[in-house]
Ligand binder design. Sequence first.
Ligand code: ZN
Length: 379
Amino acid sequence: MKKLTRVLPVMLAALIAFALLSPAFAANESDTVKNVIIMIGDGMGVNHLKMAKQELEITLSMDENFPIKGFSQTRSFDNKVTDSAAGGTALSCGIRTSNGFVGVFPLDPLRFFSVPTSITEAAMADGKRTGVVTTDKLTGATPATFSAHTYARGNSKIIASQQMTSGIDLLWGTKNDYFSAATASENGFEYIETLNEMESLGNGSKSLGQFSDDCWSRTPKSETTPTLEAMTASAISILDNEDGGFFLMVEGAHIDKHSHGQKVDEMVDSLYSFDDAVKVAVDFAKQDGNTVVIVTADHETGGITLVGDKYEFTMGSHSGADVPLLVYGSDDIISDGETIKNKDVPLLASRVFGVEALFTQNGRGFITGFFFKIFSFLF
Ligand SMILES: [Zn+2]
């Protein structure tokens, strides 16, 4: 007991010091917006846009509609080149973690001491509706980081079960074995598989969607498959509400998948499909007047470089290149031309969203979690 009385004041002082020294963004209520839409072009580097325009000479919403264009530095906690799990965790939880980790601290992957809050959870705690939409399987790394917390991106079963009980209103991706109509309805979701079923969902409904995996293309093979553009439009009309507003994450996963395969036509198709979805979100934001749209990527894939007078893939893996960071609807996130760290994207977004108080803990999560755990053992 004597030892304890000597140690306690030191621990308390350390805890208070960490609490005071941790970065916290100043609240500014007057600048808050109602809705935030984060759109992630998985693997989409600056030169992906240039390659797309070189192949199909049509304009991109990402070029035309954003007054603020900056860049995000994409490294992870343990590597200069991030994967989608650590890259997604930076964009969802505002922390840098190790490659392969989904929404957990790098020093506490088993969640023994603490778990970082995601912007989805912060929005939910603030009474907002929430949604996660992807052309990937829902248990894929990027959607997982906005809806689950686990030490390995391959823990699909754990990720699926966390997603089912996450409280998220809308979970849409492509088919896998971890969700069924029965388990979805057990957890209070309407289960949908087709474009028609998706478009007949009512405002405020809670739904789990599993579509065919050709939804990444601008022209899916089947008429019953929605495009990412249609998914985004429906998701917005379901989540939009007068009271609390909403948070939506939309991922175009196949920009990355086709860049791994260095398939130019398919990459360009998936990039324009993602851009169609971006246009839908920006058109909504323009008309709504109280919505921020942030478009970025988790990392660059394929090392696209200008070779002679043509943009070409130079590798089949991820690179450490900075990626685009486009903002519509707020001057308070970044200034035009600015480069920030990937982990600052959700922290800055949460500030204009008015949910930053739920996030500030993430900067000191492991340390604070450690001390609280020790205290809870002692008393
Ligand atoms: Zn990848």
